[in-house]
Ligand binder design. Structure first.
Ligand code: SAM
Ligand code: SF4
Length: 392
């Protein structure tokens, strides 16, 4: 096993390293100066220095080409069929919480209605819509139409991208995907995380590997860009286990592949195993990541966005890869903080990006509090009028 650099990002801290490189470009630093600064002052390794410069330039160009008054819209669905053990996102399993889906949807529609009014009043152009969570395809086709019909009707004509994170293969059916395609959705995720059944069982994913292939084949009947999420460092996975997952995913030839590194947050059930895992996994995870770089590049993929998380194994990163020119624009805009993202739903954060400042509006993180205090949320959202009138 190769010895790994345990600080691949050196002294470059924060979850958005690329954002910092883009700012260096905006301050007119040359590419050579940036690479020198990253490698010599900040001790970033060669791979990460080059990759983050490449991505910084991408973010810089995207920012320059944005349409005036354009924004993105995020819609959060905090439900999944069951909770996965490693998950660091807020979500409730419908195995126990199904009765809360309808009331949540009603509340969400109210917030979406008020938010749509603000976007329309201000004449903003919605560039991208991202429906995430959780697992939005936990909703049935009727619920998807109820939620996304108004989005398509109001913003369909200006949209450059419409993503729904289908995610869990066990929620994917042909009728749901057909509904999504009729509603203008053009990008979805079918996420294996791992294609080793023993790992899926261990992390409580509660679906089979066959369901991943089946969901992918259903999705290919439509004209979606497909993303597939994988995670390095899952419990007890060997390098060969990860290689197998990635090779299988590559064979399916999706437009996007995202390689996450396991991050173990306080809230996750796996936290207690963190130290043990970290020591054991740092080197293994580094090798898995190296393998992902080599084989994704060999198979024609290029990185399009990158971010880091606290408590990420081996101090590594998460990278979204694209084949051809198929990036998820929302991910670049949101992670780069280069465009306003107006968000609805529980735990959603609206990020207002102005010429000189960025401000945030936070929604409640608890579903019941969110529903009880919807009027307060809608009132707080009216601040968008003031911000936009001053900043655009
Ligand atoms: C918001 S989740 C939603 C995805 C969808 N519900 C699913 O599970 O397929 C987005 C992605 O974050 C990644 N993720 C979640 N928790 C993570 C963790 N603790 N460490 C690394 N990646 C994680 C997974 O790859 C997941 O697909
Ligand atoms: S990983 Fe996805 S399916 Fe699993 S709990 Fe998290 S959001 Fe839900």
């Amino acid at each position: 096993m190769t010895e790994k650099n345990l600080k691949p990002w050196g002294e470059l801290y924060g979850i958005r390293p690329v954002n910092q490189i883009r700012q260096m470009l905006e301050q007119n630093m040359t590419e050579d100066e940036i690479i020198f600064h990253l490698k010599n002052d900040l001790k970033v390794d060669d791979t990460r220095a080059k990759m983050s410069l490449y991505l910084g330039k991408k973010e810089y160009n995207e920012k320059k080409s944005l349409r005036k008054n354009s924004v993105s819209l995020y819609i959060g669905i905090p439900f999944c069929p069951t909770r996965c053990a490693y998950c660091s996102f807020f979500s409730m399993g419908t195995d126990r919480m199904a009765k809360h889906v309808e009331p949540y949807l009603e509340g969400l529609l109210k917030e979406l209605f008020e938010t749509t009014k603000i976007i329309k009043d201000l004449g903003l152009l919605v560039d991208t819509v991202y429906v995430g969570g959780g697992t939005p395809t936990t909703l049935n086709p009727e619920q998807l139409v109820k939620l996304l019909g108004p989005v398509y009707d109001n913003f369909g004509s200006s949209l450059r991208e419409f993503t729904v994170e289908a995610g869990r293969p066990d929620t994917v059916t042909e009728s749901k995907l057909h509904t999504l395609s009729l509603l203008g959705v053009d990008r979805i995720s079918i996420n294996p995380q791992s294609l080793n059944q023993k790992t899926l069982d261990k992390i409580g994913r509660k679906h089979t590997t066959e369901q991943v292939y089946k969901a992918f084949n259903i999705a290919r009947k439509f004209d979606f860009k497909i993303n597939m999420d994988t995670i390095t460092g899952l419990p007890d996975e060997t390098e060969d286990d990860f290689k197998y997952t990635l090779d299988e995913v590559l064979a399916l030839n999706p437009e996007n592949i995202t390689v996450h590194t396991l991050s173990i947050k306080r809230a996750a059930d796996l936290k207690k195993k963190q130290e043990e895992l970290e020591n054991k996994m740092a080197s293994i995870v580094g090798n898995m990541t190296d393998y992902s770089h080599e084989s994704l590049i060999k198979n024609g993929y290029k990185p399009y966005y990158l971010y880091r998380q606290r408590d990420i194994l081996g101090h590594l990163e998460n990278v979204g890869w694209e084949k051809g020119d198929t990036p998820c624009l929302y991910n670049i805009l949101m992670m780069g903080e280069i465009q306003t993202v107006i968000s609805v739903g529980v735990g959603a954060v609206t990020k207002l990006v102005g010429k000189n400042k960025t401000e945030r509006i936070f929604n409640m993180k608890d579903v019941f509090e969110y529903l009880n205090r919807l009027d307060e949320i809608n009132e707080k959202k009216k601040y968008i009028y003031k911000f936009m009138e001053e900043e655009i």
